[in-house]
Design a protein. Structure first.
Length: 193
């Protein structure tokens, strides 16, 4: 089992990274091969809407720090994406990655049932660390990205690990409930993969 973990916070050891790493530690303990990428440490751009991936090539035409990450996504079994909530949305680092996954869609994706170039059977996990304690706020983030990853990119399933009220640096380390959820999610994902 190959797990790719993308850390989308500008803080390498922030709350979302803490939760993602708990998932990864558990997965590693179950025998998975785990690799981690700190997106903020890469030099890359967002999608340029050039549509080269829909005609001239079957991959993103940009050659930057995200190129090997996209290749690793194609090869992984489980994709973990960790982000804080910034202004009610994913971090800009993770959103830029998501936009670049447009390159995985086949040229005629709006008109065909099989929209993706990715192999079937992948699982995605979205890890969200939210400073605000109200769970009803920003609850729309997960369903939106679940639609893209399952319906458009062909992931078999997408899971959520979400911690609310983890505002200060280190708060997730003290959130036993969310850490337990991260470990339990890893066990469930690996048992079904």
């Amino acid at each position: 089992m190959n797990v790719l973990c993308l850390l989308g916070s500008p803080r390498k050891n922030g709350n979302s990274a803490t939760l993602a790493r708990r998932f990864c530690e558990t997965a590693r303990g179950l025998g998975a091969e785990v690799s981690e990428v700190f997106l903020n440490g890469l030099d890359f751009r967002g999608c340029q809407a050039c549509f080269s991936c829909k005609g001239k090539t079957e991959a993103c035409a940009l050659n930057d720090g995200l190129s090997p990450v996209l290749k690793a996504v194609a090869e992984c079994d489980v994709l973990v994406m960790a982000t804080p909530v910034y202004y009610g949305e994913l971090s800009s680092q993770l959103k830029a990655f998501v936009d670049r996954t447009f390159s995985f869609l086949v040229p005629d994706y709006p008109y065909v049932p099989d929209k993706t170039r990715l192999a079937a059977g992948k699982t995605a996990v979205l890890v969200i660390a939210q400073g605000h304690p109200r769970e009803d706020l920003f609850a729309d983030i997960f369903p939106r990205y679940q639609y893209f990853f399952e319906h458009m990119l062909g992931f078999e399933r997408m899971r959520l690990i979400r911690a609310c009220g983890v505002y200060g640096l280190g708060d997730a380390e003290k959130d036993a409930r969310s850490l337990a959820l991260a470990g339990q999610t890893a066990r469930e994902v690996l048992s079904k993969a």
